[in-house]
Design a protein. Structure first.
Length: 165
């Protein structure tokens, strides 16, 4: 009697190949609630998606994280675009996330939040140090902005020549 005996590696590799060949699993949207969210020092995000009947392990690699428009937190309802495959070392399947969007919030709101975060990261000083003059933001903390503001004001004053204070 001949028996086929396979190594763990062979079985995991075979199962992974089955997942890779399944067209539906190459690009799939999955809706659920974030659970066990952990940000790794290498930039990857490990989390689970769950609903009332089950859960699936997920990973978003640092390279895909650049397009993420919010900080993922426990309990958020999201829609994840990615592919499902087997992590051969552990023999477990997981969702490899490419995009994550909050469920229920529109694209315009997500763009607004993304733009706001980018502008805050680029700011030279805290947002509270800005003063408003008409529709022009003026800052007294930044030499460049103060100078630009002062030269703009001198151009607006009647009886003054451009470029003088």
């Amino acid at each position: 009697m001949t028996k086929n005996v396979y190594s763990v590696r062979q079985v995991n590799s075979y199962i992974k190949n089955m997942f890779v060949q399944d067209f539906m699993l190459k690009r799939i949207y999955v809706k659920g609630e974030i659970s066990n969210c952990k940000y790794h020092t290498a930039g990857h995000i490990y989390f689970s998606l769950k609903d009332e009947s089950g859960a699936i392990a997920c990973v978003m690699f640092a390279g895909d994280r650049r397009g993420l428009g919010f900080r993922m937190q426990e309990g958020q309802k999201v829609i994840v675009l990615g592919s499902i495959s087997v992590y051969e070392r552990d023999g477990k399947y997981q969702l490899y996330a490419k995009e994550v969007v909050l469920d229920g919030e529109g694209v315009l709101y997500q763009r607004y939040v993304q733009l706001k975060r980018e502008l805050e990261e680029r700011a030279f000083e805290a947002p509270g140090s800005w003063k408003r003059w008409g529709c022009f933001p003026l800052s007294t903390n930044s030499r460049f902005r103060y100078t630009a503001g002062r030269s703009g004001l001198s151009r607006l004053r009647p009886g003054r020549r451009s470029g003088t204070s």
